[in-house]
Design a binder for this molecule. Structure first.
Ligand code: SF4
Ligand code: SF4
Length: 136
């Protein structure tokens, strides 16, 4: 049961050895694909986790008990670029650097190939220009 998840850490949870525990206590195989996290700050990890169903259920309970939010990495993002006002709000949250502002023109550059489907831009955009669609 191999699947990608975005793990979101709060300031409280970021210092805990969460990934170590998942491997050691729950026998989860973890591949960290992308990380935007540092000591004393909230942050995100994109991971691929592989384990049987029972281990994954115990793992999810452990994450909940430690204030780590987990969401499956979804597969499709839709962006209504024509409506974009280039305010840059989405670039501040996009740790995958799929959303950046051109240094000269100050226009938004969207690189969908870099998107890890974390959904942070859907909350950050004041105009609601992003939609993430589940694959399943
Ligand atoms: S969902 Fe949005 S914020 Fe997250 S990686 Fe993709 S473009 Fe960036
Ligand atoms: S937050 Fe929305 S309006 Fe602002 S630059 Fe990003 S996509 Fe455009």
């Amino acid at each position: 049961m191999k699947k990608k998840y975005i793990l979101s850490f709060t300031q409280d949870s970021v210092d805990k050895p969460i990934t170590y525990d998942l491997i050691k206590k729950f026998d989860i195989k973890i591949n960290i694909i992308k990380a935007n996290i540092s000591a004393d700050e909230a942050g995100h990890l994109l991971v691929e986790m592989d384990a049987d169903r029972e281990s994954m259920e115990r793992c999810f309970k452990y994450l909940e008990n430690n204030n780590v939010e987990y969401v499956p990495a979804e597969k499709r993002i839709i962006f209504d670029q024509e409506q974009c006002i280039n305010c840059g709000s989405c670039t501040a949250v996009c740790f995958a650097e799929a959303l950046t502002l051109d240094q000269e023109s100050k226009e938004l550059i969207f690189s969908p190939g870099k998107c890890v489907f974390c959904k942070l831009c859907t909350k950050a955009c004041p105009l609601g220009l992003f939609e993430i669609h589940f694959n399943e």
